[in-house]
Design a protein. Structure first.
Lengths: 680, 680
């Protein structure tokens, strides 16, 4: 049973690694790019489409806003990437937005950022996997009934891969990401060349018109502005995950900051080129897409049976010559794959952030432990479970999930940029070198611009998406925020209470030790407990029997005398057939009489080897011990007797669930997270 | 949290009762009859119908066999009741068939009976509840979609009622059972009077013919015999539960045996009268019933939409003047109610048998404990869970469930009657009083007849029902049998191993005690553990730190010296970030060096008050303790430090899940079932 579990764990996760092996898992740039950039790059696959879907609510009339909206997204992306390059240099420890905000704006702002980011990491997994599954299904429609199963399955696979450790994941994801970048760039270049030579590609939906929704037809003034802003909000999905690199700086090879900044610049450039390229080709080839196929005009077939392809699919088909061309298939496969893998960004970012929050005592210590393979296993598992539940709850439907998205990203963008402005102010107060001062001044300008712009976008996103589902993300982040404050308070109180105040006094032995051996019947474990208790030389020793049956108690006393045991036997009646309560009450009574003494309770136990054997014996010792721990002035001693069947179960020591590991070989000393200090 | 659970438990179950209150729950005859007889009496509602359903497979041709089959069932019932009256007198302890078989035929035969009966109790609950729900639905067809929910709900209600204790259940069930008996008897008398006066009641289905199933038309020879035997097997459902009284003798008021025998006679008489009456009226009023409504001929309506009423419903409607008469409604309501309550027989029998088996070490000790209200709570809950799962799995379908039924009953009938024959043989060997000898002779004759007849029926049932589902019951009983033997073996081995062999030697103290205090960091719990360990005067005392981080270990040592702690501190490195394994290995190393010494491991723990606070701290102490229990020559001492938040959780002592209760104030002394002797 045990060994099966262990074997399975080894198969999935691989051999355990020593703490010293940690540095080996650091990433070169060519592996860091696909790991951290798969999320922002993959959004190319749906960002354009989201813009079009909003604009076509009003028919084809407003499609001419597309280039302007795309330009705004590109400008925003440029500002954000430039801003975050400053963060990477200023804070190479990987705290990212959380560290920036809490250092410069105070812990509350930092917590707001952290809560928003945690929610958004979960959403990244959910949306990316759901969208990836959508694309797989577009290619293989017979898989449609298994949508949720596939999504959860992908999450499970990602979890296993990440539990194996950081470096392996880089290798697993490099090829598909580079394939995606390459195939989309080739598509864009090919399409533009054809356009230049007058052979512009034509999308399959170019001939269809779109009937506007009655409420969105002939908009003017504020209503039109709102529609354009909604389209812009949707396009901003392209920016999700940009900050992942700033949270992941410690995973880079040295010089960490420079490598991370270079990777970020490369990512930003590639993302902008791909996004602009796909959007341009979508306009050139006249992709006409709507949220409801029945609003398409000029469609001969029944609109119920007609499936609209995604923008990237229509463009690929138009450029490479139809949906049976090799180019179309390569682009589609790479898109589907990279979308699934985009979720991996969150599998890197979430556990790292959770570990930092745990180090700062905002989350349970368990999230700070590194697993067998030096990955933050508990964080990975937590993320997988929540994302899996979301996918299951929303039936892996992208449209429902996407409204909960990007809110957290822009919250953290805004707060961290404002924090950076403060950071540069502080630096400028002490810095005298004119070259550095000039550099700081320009960095501050960049971050100020970034803060204002992203703040504005945050307001736009909140205004246009709150009622469509974003409220749930706001609620989740608020709950997380409150919970993290509570956890922090608990850890603070605990460590204050536990701090040594007067070493000499606390080391003073109690005046007397009164030992009680619990006796249920006379067998070897009881005899051993009596012998051991006597070896501890207590000031007073007695045996205690809780009697639920007078005959049995009489038998026990008779045997006691027959064996000539020279320890007084005390029998306590239990009319309600309980054992725990009379023992606890007896101990309390002794403590009331002599409060300065301590009571040592000896519990004889026998240990069986198989889990099912435990079902055949009362587990009352366990319960009794946990109740006694609540009683002041008591120490509880288990005297085990190993039955022969326990020898088999004895072989694997530790290395099983519950055995404690710690990460961060050089991490800051922190509270009571160590073993042996916690019970019940 | 805790108090909410406790409050809910009190509301459902009532206040806890002292062991001395046990005698107050004994039953007078007028309450014992409805409790133990609701099962055999309620089968009147479907026994006739089951006979007809088999016979009409061959059309109306074979209906003339009905009186003969009914007569055979009545004869069988008479023999069985007479036989069991002997059992009640000879074995008043309530072991019933199990005790009779194991005493006279050996433990293996006893176990076969026990396994069969346990399966049959479960089936009684499942079939009765399912059939009761069917009858409720017949009256209120709009409840049909909630069939399974209703069935499980009824099981839950029965469970709650039985957890409240035996006597209350008697009161709850007396009225409906007497109402059922009364209304059916009035129906029978009214019907017969109308027949005598030439105004014979006519069933609604009297006009319909029945087309035979092709395979069952024009049967002759062996095939016809088999059909009749199948009908007889189905009719034997009337006998289920007859033995319940013999298992429940201890619940009767004194003189227990005589009261139980009188109740059994009354039950037999009433059952026979009702069964004969209903069958006679069914023949008089020409109830034509088939398993498939589409085989009815002369039916104008579409056979798919036509619902055949049950036999008792058709008879009631015919006698009292249609399905809108008050009489019809009373009979239907009483039938539905008594069927649900029939399941209660099993709720009395199953836990009692399980408790006896547990006393004999064939089932886990937990089944021998009496709950707060002195009922065998664990047995009641086990029965409820298994029956609930069956109802859910078979979608509360009577037809599917009924094939699994009555096999166990006849196994136990046969074996216990054969056991009784042996019993009387034994008695006759020593008995000299001629009056008693004559009585024993006639009793032996009755039991011999009973054994032969029920053995014959067992063969018939097996032959006609095995392939239709009875194999599952056989399989379940076999699994139970094997499991019970295994449990018995385990208890025997354990208690042999634990028996004291040399009291003086076992009481000898170990040569030296080496104490180790586990230190994770220096806080108050650690200081207290050091102080307490010193108070135990060990021969050698040291502190052990498992280091996963060299810096932290250095800090600890510095603090150690600063506080001037005069206990040597030993640091063990743990490259794989574990804590359990290095500690266990360290302890084992010490034991290898000095095998005659014992190692006392002191673990400082701090105790928090809320369950969620435990989530914030590693539970490594618990795991470490459980691993150390497997290490020979170790005693493990928890030194708790109560945080202020634990004071709140401290109030309710015991009285919570896991606190141990025991039943049977005068029960035979049995093994290691007591508290304090069992751990992890």
């Amino acid at each position: 049973m045990f060994n099966m579990t262990a074997l399975l764990k080894r198969l999935v996760i691989g051999r355990a690694m020593r703490s010293e092996e940690l540095h080996e898992t650091l990433l070169p740039k060519r592996l860091a790019l696909p790991i951290f950039a798969s999320d922002p790059l993959s959004s190319v696959a749906y960002a354009t489409q989201e813009i079009l879907l909003v604009l076509t609510l009003g028919g084809l009339t407003y499609l001419h806003f597309t280039p302007w909206i795309a330009a705004a997204v590109v400008a925003l992306m440029t500002v954000v990437v430039l801003s975050y390059r400053q963060v990477v240099y200023a804070y190479p420890s990987g705290g990212g937005s959380y560290e920036v905000a809490s250092t410069n704006l105070g812990p509350s702002a930092g917590l707001v950022v952290a809560a928003s980011l945690l929610v958004d990491y979960v959403m990244t997994v959910a949306v990316s996997v759901a969208s990836g599954v959508d694309n797989v299904i577009s290619a293989l429609p017979e898989l449609a009934p298994h949508r949720v199963l596939m999504a959860v399955g992908f999450v499970a696979v990602l979890t296993a891969i990440n539990l194996r450790g950081v470096r392996e994941s880089g290798r697993a994801f490099a090829a598909p990401t580079y394939l995606f970048i390459g195939s989309v760039l080739i598509m864009v270049v090919t399409g533009l060349i054809r356009y230049a030579f007058g052979d512009a590609p034509v999308a399959e939906s170019a001939a269809y018109g779109i009937a506007p929704q009655p409420s969105d037809a002939h908009l003017a003034g504020l209503a039109l502005v709102m529609l354009v802003l909604r389209a812009f909000s949707s396009g901003c999905t392209a920016l999700t995950g940009v900050e992942a690199i700033s949270n992941g700086v410690p995973a880079f090879r040295k010089p960490k900051s420079r490598n991370a900044a270079a990777t970020m610049a490369a990512m930003g450039t590639i993302a902008v080129v791909m996004f602009v390229g796909v959007t341009t080709l979508a306009l050139i080839s006249k992709v006409h897409l709507t949220d409801d196929a029945c609003r398409l005009t000029g469609l001969e077939a029944d609109c119920g049976s007609y499936t609209q392809r995604t923008v990237i699919a229509q463009v690929a088909a138009a450029v490479f010559g139809g949906e049976h061309s090799i180019g179309f298939f390569v682009v589609q496969a790479a898109t589907a794959l990279v979308l699934i893998l985009a979720a991996n960004t969150a599998f890197n970012g979430f556990p790292m952030l959770a570990s930092i929050l745990s180090r700062d005592r905002y989350l349970p210590h368990q999230l700070h432990n590194r697993g067998d393979r030096l990955a933050f296993s508990n964080g990975i598992l937590a993320l997988a479970v929540v994302a899996g539940v979301l996918l299951w709850g929303y039936k892996a439907n992208v449209t429902s999930l996407i409204h909960l998205y990007i809110l957290g990203v822009f919250t953290s963008f805004t707060l961290s940029q404002l924090g950076m402005v403060r950071h540069w102010n502080q630096e400028l107060r002490t810095e005298r070198d004119p070259v550095l001062r000039r550099r700081h001044h320009s960095a501050r300008a960049i971050n100020a611009l970034g803060g204002c712009v992203t703040g504005l976008v945050l307001v736009i996103v909140l205004a246009t998406k709150f009622t469509e589902g974003a409220w749930l993300a706001v609620l989740a982040a608020t709950v997380l925020y409150v919970m993290m404050r509570g956890i922090h308070r608990h850890y603070d109180t605990t460590s204050e209470e536990l701090a040594v105040s007067d070493p000499a006094a606390e080391l003073t032995s109690p005046s007397r030790v009164l030992a009680i051996v619990l006796v249920a019947r006379l067998h070897k474990p009881t005899m051993r407990a009596l012998a051991y208790a006597r070896a501890a030389h207590p000031d007073h020793l007695e045996a205690l029997n809780v009697s639920v049956d007078r005959d049995e108690a009489a038998d026990l006393r008779e045997q006691w005398d027959a064996y000539g045991i020279d320890v007084p036997l005390k029998v306590v009646d239990s009319p309600y057939r309980e054992v725990t309560r009379p023992v606890v009450e007896y101990v309390r009574a002794i403590r009331r009489e002599s409060p300065r003494d301590i009571v040592a309770v000896f519990i004889p136990e026998y240990v069986v080897g198989h889990w099912w054997e435990n079902l055949l014996h009362n587990q009352s010792a366990l319960w009794l011990k946990s109740r006694l721990l609540f009683t002041p002035g008591v120490m509880v001693t288990s005297v085990p007797w190993q039955l022969t069947s326990s020898a088999r179960a004895n072989r694997p020591v530790g290395r099983a669930p519950g055995s404690v590991r710690r990460g961060e070989p050089r991490g800051p000393a922190s509270g009571e997270r160590r073993s042996g200090t916690k019970g019940r």
